[in-house]
Design a protein around this ligand. Structure first.
Ligand code: NZQ
Ligand code: ZN
Length: 394
């Protein structure tokens, strides 16, 4: 087991009706002027924004709304939010929504605390981030895990680049998680969320050479829980108990718990972000479309035992005379079968994109930072190898 620091400071307020506690929580965490960041309208239509605002009012907290965050949230919109936060004199940024609203809130917090700096310079760490405003979330979709993660992702439309920043300043002070709020989710978003949650766990699992039995057990248990409850919430998003399992898994999958002692990889995310930047496809779907090809490209040699363990512990596949390779491949096939059963794409064609040679080259360079970064902790993949994986995914 490698040395690690486990720092997960977000206070979790989980369960039915918990959004009514939002005002009290903001006050407890020092907020008195709040910028309320939300998406394209689902939280308004469901009455959630009204309930959150009432709870702010009851605590004598001032607020202004900043709605309209799009999925794959844009840098330019976050910059607008920074101006709005500064004009208000906001001392707290509250997101109501999913990864897109929460990541925009995080960006606004960083920008408003550093008004002299360009937000993209902070994002790309040209300018070191040394202070930010406090951020919190009322979660409406179990998926990105941003409510407890140290990361945030924005798309810079001007240069066609989707990029993330990891910093302790990205940790929400608190996260209100009421599984009832996810009951209005469309099936496609649920499927994307379930996929993303699995992927956050798997991106920390397929790293060979380091023994971490406890961390493995957490990851395998989390994946089994998602696999058994995902189909239930897909057919009935109002199944409270199943949605509660998925929502809790979503947060635990990306709050670093499943990387203790081993760290993370996140190479599939790099491939997915390049696809989302170019084609504006949903995050979870982008990951499902390439994961199988990524896995088939890498499952042999030193990573083989990880894929075998995954097949056995997560999918219950036994050897029964099969070779290690066959067991590993059966685990990969089971995973793709599961994604398909959710309605997720398992190829680029199913994702609805058909990159030509030039686009493939562009995607491979984007995923590897212009060819300067090698992906995966299984074996180093440059732009050329990433290109081959995209080709396999077609
Ligand atoms: O905008 P509204 O109208 O709210 O609709 C949203 C949006 O269209 C809808 N939705 C959310 N909650 C709903 C609902 N519709 C009905 N009822 C509800 N209760 O769902 C759609 C997707 O929302 P979004 O916030 O984009 O989803 P998600 O949570 O999957 O976030 C995806 C973004 O997070 C980033 C992704 O790259 C992507 O940009 N990620 C952020 C991470 C982080 N900060 O730690 C890690 C992840 O790996 C990921 O990269
Ligand atoms: Zn993700």
């Amino acid at each position: 087991m490698q040395n690690f620091v486990q720092y997960t400071p977000t206070e979790v307020i989980f369960g039915k009706g918990t959004e009514t506690q939002t005002g009290k929580e903001v006050k407890k965490h020092g907020g008195s002027k709040v910028l309320l960041v939300y998406g394209g309208g689902s939280a308004v239509r469901s009455g959630l924004i009204g309930r959150v605002e009432q709870s702010l009012q009851e605590e004598g907290i001032a607020w202004e709304e900043f709605g309209g965050v799009q999925p794959n949230p844009r840098l330019a919109f976050a910059e607008e939010g920074v101006q709005k936060a500064l004009a208000l004199g906001a001392d707290f940024i509250l997101a109501v929504g999913g990864g897109s609203a929460i990541d925009t809130a995080k960006a606004i917090a960083h920008g408003a605390a550093n008004p002299g700096e360009k937000l993209w310079d902070i994002w790309t760490q040209k300018v070191p981030l040394t202070k930010s405003l406090p951020v919190a979330a009322v979660l409406t979709i179990p998926a990105a895990g941003s409510e407890m993660s140290d990361s945030a992702v924005l798309t810079n439309e001007a240069i066609g680049k989707k990029a993330g920043i990891n910093t302790p300043f990205n940790r929400c002070r608190f996260a209100v998680m009421n599984p009832e709020l996810a009951a209005t989710l469309p099936a496609y978003q649920i499927a994307c969320g379930v996929t993303d949650i699995m992927m956050h766990t798997m991106e920390r699992y397929f790293i060979p050479g380091i023994q971490c039995e406890m961390t493995d057990c957490i990851a395998e248990g989390l994946l089994r829980t998602v696999i058994s409850n995902g189909p239930k919430v897909l057919t009935n998003p109002g199944d409270y108990d199943a949605m509660a399992e998925i929502m809790w898994c979503g947060s635990l999958s990306h709050n670093n718990l499943t990387e203790c002692g081993r760290g993370k990889d996140f190479s599939v995310h790099k491939l997915g972000h390049a696809l989302s930047a170019k084609y504006d496809v949903a995050h979870g779907a982008s990951l499902a479309s390439v994961w199988g090809s990524w896995a088939r490209y890498l499952y042999q040699d030193q990573a083989l035992y990880r894929f075998v363990q995954y097949a056995e512990k997560v999918w219950g596949i036994s050897h029964d005379g099969k070779s290690d390779e066959e067991v590993a491949l059966a685990g990969i096939e089971k995973t793709e079968e599961f994604f398909r059963s959710l309605g997720m794409p398992v190829s680029l064609t199913q994702l609805g994109v058909q990159p030509d040679e030039e686009a493939l080259r562009h995607l491979s360079l984007d995923a590897t930072m212009g060819g300067t970064v090698k992906l995966t902790r299984i074996r180093p993949l440059g732009a050329e190898q990433v290109n081959e994986i995209y080709r396999m995914a077609m």
